[in-house]
Ligand binder design. Structure first.
Ligand code: ADP
Ligand code: TRP
Length: 325
């Protein structure tokens, strides 16, 4: 029987989500739910490589689950689970680690960058890509949508998969294809740089109205007088507005820049209103989900059961291939 294409991705529960995460990761994941069988998980084992705060980890996992569901993840269509609820992934990670050359991991930029930033150089951080390979291979994933920063990790996954298949037979694991989101999708932050929590320039998906509007009012602008035309190239206000406004409203704001006569304060206000409206339905959904604490647990429990079913099949095949059974 032909099975539907399997799409898998993981998100680290690393704090409040910003609109870069929304447009860069969640919105595309929500769209892909219709294109195949989606497996989405919260990478809590991975988060442990940079976080030692049990209360914070628990809270981040829950918040991410609520946010993802509020943003449109549909548990009737996608399998949604917590990584650590499928401990089989550790066994596969071990098996993969026995074919993964150390040199492959030594080349990983992400490891070097994190160590340079002061994150402890633990074995877990070093072996991060092996666990990620296990995440992907455990579900016979065909497509793995990720941001550009994860491209190298996907290459490591493929290298490991090839090595395992060479050692134990073709078809031991399925070779996945990365879907790398392109650079044009990068959302810029308040200061015009790429939005990232490391740059402290983020805008939240689900912030309170007043502080959010205050934040937007702080976008730096030049000193062009109200009457004069304003530059459109490199405008942070326009770049953000484009994410939220209809094409007609966006064109109007561009025209108002070119014509002059409208001040930056007005533009920021239009941006703030469009931003607030854009997330209105998701905010309402978020409030509903938060008011029903059992819902999130039920979704994740059900997702984990379904994921484990699949994981058990693949792990049984791998165990047999390598001689563990
Ligand atoms: P941060 O840079 O804030 O630490 P993460 O690295 O945790 O964000 O990113 C989680 C997901 O969100 C990744 O898939 C990443 O590609 C996406 N993402 C993060 N920031 C942006 C951005 N500014 N524009 C587009 N996508 C982004
Ligand atoms: N490393 C990914 C990130 O930081 C998260 C992740 C863990 C992941 N396992 C995965 C992504 C498997 C795709 C597939 O964004």
């Amino acid at each position: 029987m032909l099975r539907r294409m399997r799409i898998l991705t993981g998100l680290q529960p690393s704090g409040k989500l910003h609109i870069g995460n929304y447009f860069g990761a969640m919105e595309p994941a929500v769209r892909l739910q219709d294109e195949g069988e989606a497996f989405y998980f919260i990478a809590d084992y991975h988060a442990m490589t940079s976080m030692r705060d049990p209360v914070g980890l628990r809270e981040n996992v829950r918040e991410l689950a609520i946010d993802f569901l509020a943003c449109g993840l549909d548990p009737a269509r996608a399998v949604f689970f917590r990584q650590s609820a499928v401990p089989e992934v550790n066994e596969l990670a071990w098996i993969l680690s026995t074919v993964c050359p150390v040199s492959l991991l030594e080349k990983c930029h992400s490891y070097k960058d994190k160590v340079a930033k002061g994150i402890a150089a633990t074995h877990g951080l070093f072996a991060y890509p092996v666990l990620m390979a296990a995440d992907i291979l455990l579900y016979d994933s065909n497509q793995v949508p990720v941001g550009k920063d994860q491209k190298q990790h996907l290459e490591v996954t493929r290298d490991i998969a090839v090595k395992l298949n060479e050692a134990f037979g073709e078809g031991t694991v399925v070779l996945p294809d990365p879907i790398i989101r392109d650079d044009t999708a990068v959302v810029i932050g308040l200061d015009g740089q790429k939005m990232s929590k490391s740059y402290h320039n983020t805008l939240p998906i689900f912030g309170e109205e007043k502080p959010l509007k205050k934040l937007l009012m702080k976008i730096p602008t030049d000193s062009t007088p109200v009457e004069a035309p304003k530059p459109t190239a490199g405008s942070t206000i326009l770049a953000l507005y484009k994410l939220f406004a209809s094409p007609a409203d966006y064109a109007l704001m561009v025209a108002d820049h070119e014509r002059g006569g409208v001040g930056y304060g007005d533009f920021k206000k239009r941006l703030a209103d469009a931003y607030w409206d854009f997330f209105a339905a998701m905010r309402a959904r978020r409030a509903e989900i938060t008011a029903d604490p059992g819902y999130v647990d039920a979704v994740l429990t059900q997702g984990a059961a379904r994921a484990r079913e699949e994981a058990a099949k693949v792990l049984a095949r791998v165990r047999r291939a390598v001689g563990l059974t």
